[in-house]
Design a protein. Structure first.
Lengths: 114, 113
């Protein structure tokens, strides 16, 4: 149980375009989802926390207009990187939390902006 | 604020060697403590956890004990395998902060046959 999926696993896009990444909780209802960014050989940096049906809470320094987060249902959250640039290339990981405090992580999405 | 400090890596061991990865933390209250493992190109998997002082988390031969007096949660395994090669993250979750996770820097472990 407690499986979280992400789609796509890898994406390459051109500079200036937008990319949407989906995070789904497959076998539980996720009241809260978290989005992280991970640079090579570094730890995870929390970008934002989203609760179903409400606006996401962004961490300091994360541009909310650039990284649009939508948590429209209890099983789906999306991260849209708008007007992507090469510096947005990174590994994006989501996690989901249900009724317990434990977070379950997705497999990650590798974004490359050319 | 909350923070987690892990021993610097990378760590390279021979198969069947003993493993210790140190982790210390700073937090208000009584956080829950976790070890996550990340294999190349993948997300994080929960390895083990402990929710209160003196609890021992264990899984797949790995162990860690929640030591409140030394604010530590060191990861140990008696005999590592090549398949244990991965990055290991220590993390804490303070219930006063909405259960958000604070991660350590990660420790790269390579086990050679």
């Amino acid at each position: 149980g407690a499986v979280v999926s992400q789609h796509p696993s890898r994406v390459i896009c051109k500079s200036g375009t937008s990319v949407k990444i989906e995070c789904r909780s497959l076998d539980f209802q996720a009241t809260t989802m978290f989005w992280y960014r991970q640079f090579p050989k570094q730890s995870l940096m929390l970008m934002a926390t989203s609760n179903e049906g409400s606006k996401a809470t962004y961490e300091q320094g994360v541009e909310k207009d650039k990284f649009l987060i939508n948590h429209a249902s209890l099983t789906l959250s999306t991260l849209t990187v708008t007007s992507a640039h090469p510096e947005d290339s990174s590994f994006y990981i989501c996690s989901a939390r249900g009724t317990s405090y434990e977070q379950y992580f997705g497999p990650g999405t590798r974004l490359t902006v050319t | 604020g909350d923070s987690v400090t892990q021993m610097e890596g990378p760590v390279t061991l021979s198969e069947e060697a003993f493993l210790t990865i140190n982790c210390t933390y700073t937090a208000t209250g009584y956080p829950s403590l976790f070890w996550y493992v990340q294999y190349p190109g993948e997300g994080l998997q929960l390895l083990l956890k402990a929710t209160k002082a003196d609890d021992k988390g264990s899984n797949k031969g790995f162990e860690a004990t929640y030591r409140k007096e030394t604010t530590s949660f060191h990861l140990e395994k008696g005999s590592v395998q090549v398949s244990d090669s991965a990055v290991y993250f220590c993390a804490l979750s303070a219930h006063t902060s909405g259960s958000r996770l604070t991660f350590g820097e990660g420790t790269q472990l390579t086990v050679n046959p």
